[in-house]
Ligand binder design. Structure first.
Ligand code: NAP
Length: 256
């Protein structure tokens, strides 16, 4: 299948490592141009080296509207177009109801959610020009809960609501908006979280055993494959969808 992404330009927040890193690499394999918004120097450079002149890193931690505008402006100045955005940057920061506080909660929601809106807002004029696409990376925690992480799950739930809301608002421009809900993906974020358990290996085996398809985690590349498809013209009649790329984790029978 030719996704026809050659020379198209996509902004990916958190695009140097983990799921975002796999998306940036996948876009390069398809001949597209990733604009990686991520402070990680070493990992960013490794990706840029794969496509000199046909990739760009904005080495910042994206939080403010001004930063989001700068990222879009830089993409336009450098490559002259934006065809899509992938809102992906985020961290499960464990600000809970019992073990948390109002300030930390507001901070967590703000860090995980607001930049999704900012980037979409500033990219919109160019997405309209190119009938582009938005992919929001949410999480299964938005629909299952996790416990102890009110800020993160608030943001992840709101991302699903915004996916539907933007899909409706952008119908007249033929800009498609979809969300992906990963469940268990072994990324640098996941690797550091698993280390917080007394016996990480035992915990990992326990989690793997609960994943119906293959008793293994989803790979970042498996999430990226769905993102690339949704960004491409091959997904031309898919909008407003919440797609679970999770080996059946969220929906299949627990006894499996
Ligand atoms: P990751 O391994 O931590 O990679 C994320 C990358 O984004 C890192 O390079 C990180 O840099 C960067 N980053 C974080 N906040 C940023 C910001 N505000 N601006 C720019 N870059 C930022 O995370 P991941 O596991 O790939 O997660 C990616 C997305 O998938 C997140 O939205 C997460 O909620 C979602 N997700 C992941 C899983 C999973 O199992 N991994 C499950 C469900 C949902 P630093 O390392 O310097 O922070």
């Amino acid at each position: 299948m030719n996704l026809n992404l050659t020379d198209k330009v996509f902004l990916i927040s958190g695009g140097a490592k983990g799921i975002g890193g796999a998306i940036s690499r996948g876009l390069i394999e398809e001949g597209a141009i990733p604009v990686i918004i991520d402070p990680s120097d070493k990992e960013g450079k490794e990706i840029l080296d794969l496509a000199p002149g046909k990739s760009l890193q904005v080495p910042i931690r994206l939080f403010s509207p001004e930063q989001a505008k700068e990222c879009v402006d830089l993409a336009i100045q450098t490559f002259g177009r934006v065809d899509g955005i992938v809102n992906n940057a985020g961290a499960n920061d464990g600000v809970g109801l019992e073990h948390g506080n109002p300030e930390a909660y507001v901070d967590s929601v703000s860090k995980n959610l607001f930049h999704y809106y900012y980037l979409a807002h500033y990219a919109l004029p160019y997405l309209k020009e190119n009938k582009g696409a938005i992919v929001n990376i949410s999480s299964k925690t938005a629909v299952t809960g996790q416990g102890g992480t009110s800020g993160y799950t608030s943001a992840k739930g709101a991302q699903l609501a915004l996916t539907r809301e933007w899909a409706v608002e952008l119908l007249p421009y033929q800009v498609r908006v979809n969300a992906i809900l990963p469940a268990e993906v072994f990324t640098p974020m996941y690797a550091s979280w698993i280390q917080s358990f007394a016996n990480p290996e035992e915990k990992l085996n326990e989690i793997n055993s609960r994943i119906p398809f293959g008793n293994r985690m989803t790979t970042p590349e498996e999430i990226a494959a769905m993102v690339l498809f949704l960004l491409s013209e091959k997904a031309s009649h898919i909008t407003g969808q919440h797609l679970y790329v999770d080996g059946g984790y969220t929906h299949l029978d627990r006894s499996l």
